[in-house]
Design a protein around this ligand. Structure first.
Ligand SMILES: [Zn+2]
Length: 247
């Protein structure tokens, strides 16, 4: 019975190790996922800024075309002005020409403004694209690191699972079933040593009579308080998993 308890305790240690390893497996890619999502956000921002820039470019182009057309028209009008003899007609056309020139000046100012904004957008785009490249570089090296770490952890998981599989046949089925059902209810811990008379699962003192039975190491006992399977820690120290004779 003692050896079975010690083997079961070894399985308990493996199970806790496996639980930690699986938690690590979930956590390893977290930095990578964050990096990837940041890069995605940044790329969206780049796309939005590009659209804004393209709209501005179209606006500038339209304004410049209008100014050109308007200038051609004004030149024709000025030529006609030279031929007009009627005072009233002359004044009317002069006013039209003045108005046209004023509007052109305003359009040209607007174009200058838009070009300033365009330059700002181009700079912002350039900066963001540099950032995207940096992030992508970081993501690539992080991906390599994640692969290496995940592989190492998976190897550990495989070897621990194998060690567990080798120990399993040594434990009687009812004891294993009891261990599994307690473990499911008690934070993954189904078997604990009793150290200095205290259950290491719940820290309650084991009644003296039960403690006497425990010290014989011949029966499967449970903590009256937390129900976990218990064994006397000195048996572990005396026997050890490998050296203890089967009993
Ligand atoms: Zn207990």
């Amino acid at each position: 019975m003692l050896q079975q308890m010690l083997d079961l305790y070894e399985i308990q240690k493996i199970d806790l190790g496996i639980r930690d390893v699986q938690k690590r497996l979930d956590e390893i890619p977290k930095d990578l996922r964050r990096l990837e999502s940041q890069t995605g956000d940044l790329k969206n921002e780049v796309d939005k800024t590009r659209l804004e820039r393209d709209a501005l470019l179209r606006e500038v182009k339209t304004l410049e075309e209008n100014v050109t057309l308007e200038n051609q028209k004004l030149k024709k009008w000025e030529a006609r002005l030279a031929e007009i003899r009627n005072q009233r007609e002359y004044l009317a056309l002069s006013r039209e020409i003045e108005g046209g020139k004023r509007q052109n000046r305003e359009s040209e100012e607007k174009v200058q403004e838009l070009k300033k904004r365009l330059a700002e957008l181009e700079k912002k785009l350039g900066d963001m694209q540099t950032q995207v490249s940096t992030r992508e570089g970081e993501a690539t090296s992080e991906r390599t690191k994640v692969d290496t770490d995940v592989n190492a952890v998976k190897e550990k998981l495989a070897s621990e699972t194998q060690r567990r599989d080798e120990l399993l046949p040594k434990i009687p089925r009812p004891l294993l079933a009891k261990y599994d059902s307690i473990r499911a209810k008690r934070l993954g811990i189904g078997i604990v040593p009793v150290v200095g008379g205290l259950c290491q699962g719940c820290n309650m003192r084991i009644p003296p009579q039960l403690f006497n039975i425990l010290q014989r190491g011949q029966t499967v006992e449970q903590c009256p308080s937390c129900q976990r399977i218990i064994f006397w820690d000195k048996l572990l120290a005396n026997g050890g998993t490998a050296a203890a004779p089967a009993s």
